[in-house]
Ligand binder design. Structure first.
Ligand code: EPZ
Length: 418
């Protein structure tokens, strides 16, 4: 298993280009199953979760006509298989995104139940309840979710009792080919959900209200193949913004969408980090004493849970006490024990972390546990004195394009060892 070795204490300088958004491209790839024809998607991030989703689509009968650089041409004319195999789905819960499209297009689906993961149980009960409300029969058997529907899905009114990003995406895709009108209430407002709705509309769907908590979908009989360019990843951008701050460097974040980053920009400015916003780039300059501030994760447009671990790494070096509350997932503090081994002063009480800033962190051997916790450890290692060795870095490869290359281009002393 690969490890990443970091010699900390080096201010990062230069510019970094943000890649396509992992959490935007995964539902778009699943949505190609709603169409029959050549789907062309550009701006795809080369991360493991995307490779997994493409492999899953191939297992379902889609043909990859070409897949080079950041562009894929995916022919779904003969995507008639309805079974998503365990060995693939178990490595990525976003595979559940094929449930809605398979039921909508082919009337049946057999998708392995996604395992939980380090950050929580992550059930898909709302996905299932919504599909049942559209007339599907869904049952669990031997670790698989089975779904069938006779005569096509029917529009429904469905209320999410918890905001769910992929739940909203799944039901929106299913509803786009259902008979009649579907109303999704307490829907997710994430930019990735809005993007999916806009791209489905370009393919002929009739979706309104995306970006609000009530989305209305008029079912249509078929969709045109999808053509789109994936927008940049706001979580990757936020991660590099924090990298600039924690190393007291100066980094230009290029190819990003500042309005997707508002909660992160505001929190960093509150912490006395200099952040200058341009149209599609952000300049981040650290160096002033970091102010301890509080944060509470919340569905978009609140402070993103996917940035919580990275932000906590920064707060370990701030002046004063900061309180961070994780309200979205029940176990998203796996990075805390590792940060404490570097000298951070953090105490946990349920879903609340109290961080007392310390003078400095010292490098240590570290263990990555999940995607964003791994990013947090990389950031802490960059800001620490001495050497850190991070193992299980395959977690990082799930969601970050060439992270050590991008960091080393910014002057970080970082290398990957086998
Ligand atoms: C998406 O996961 C993202 N993944 C996650 O990013 C992100 O952390 C999360 O949204 C929240 O923003 C993708 O988009 C591929 P949820 P998702 O359904 O959709 C509970 C990353 O690091 N829930 O919004 O799986 C759930 O347990 C990943 O890139 C139910 O109870 O998250 C959680 O507590 C990690 N029942 C809360 O809702 C359901 O049926 C929010 O989950 C569905 C969700």
């Amino acid at each position: 298993m690969d490890k990443i070795v970091i010699e900390g204490g080096q201010p990062l300088r230069g510019s970094v280009r943000i890649s396509g958004a992992k959490n935007a491209v995964l539902p778009i790839l699943a949505a190609t199953l709603l169409t029959r024809g050549r789907n062309i998607i550009d701006g795809i991030p080369k991360v493991r979760d995307v490779a997994t989703m493409i492999q899953l689509l191939k297992d379902l009968g889609a043909k990859v006509e070409s897949n080079r650089n950041e562009k894929i041409v995916l022919d779904t004319s003969n995507a008639n298989n309805t079974e998503a195999p365990y060995d693939l789905v178990s490595t990525m819960r976003a595979s559940c995104l094929v449930l809605g499209p398979l039921l909508a297009k082919l009337g049946r689906a057999r998708v392995s139940l996604p395992g939980g993961c380090a950050i929580g149980a992550r059930p898909i009960d709302l996905h299932i309840k919504g599909l049942e409300a559209m007339g599907a029969k869904v049952w669990l058997e031997k670790g698989y979710v089975h779904g069938t529907v006779d005569g096509g899905l029917r529009g429904t009114q469905f209320y999410f009792d918890t905001v769910s990003v992929t739940g909203t995406a799944n039901l929106m895709m299913a509803a786009s080919l259902a008979v009649g009108e579907t109303i999704l209430e307490n829907a997710a407002k994430e930019p990735e959900v809005v993007f999916l709705a806009d791209i489905l509309n370009q393919a002929g769907a009739k979706i309104e209200g995306q970006g609000t908590d009530m989305i209305t979908i008029q079912g249509v009989s078929s969709l045109q193949p999808i053509e789109c360019h994936i927008f940049p990843d706001r979580i990757e951008a936020g991660t590099y913004m924090i990298a600039a701050a924690i190393t007291e460097g100066e980094v230009l974040i290029e190819n990003c969408i500042p309005q997707h980053l508002e909660p992160i920009i505001l929190k960093l400015q509150e912490a006395q980090v200099d952040v200058e916003v341009e149209d599609s780039s952000i300049l981040v300059r650290g160096g002033r004493p970091l102010q301890a501030i509080n944060a509470r994760t919340h569905p978009y447009p609140g402070f993103p849970t996917d940035i919580q671990a990275q932000f906590m790494a920064l707060m370990t070096l701030s002046r004063g006490q900061s309180i961070i509350m994780e309200t979205v997932f029940e176990n998203r503090f796996m990075h805390v024990a590792e940060l404490k081994r570097m000298g951070a002063d953090i105490t946990l009480d349920g879903n609340t972390a109290t961080i007392n800033g310390v003078q400095g962190l010292s490098g240590a051997p570290l263990m990555a546990t999940d995607l964003r916790a791994s990013a947090s450890l990389v950031l802490a290692a960059l800001g620490a004195k001495g050497q850190s060795i991070i193992s299980r870095v395959y977690h990082i490869d799930r969601g970050y394009v060439s992270m050590e290359q991008k960091l080393s281009d910014l002057g970080a002393r970082i290398k990957r060892i086998k």
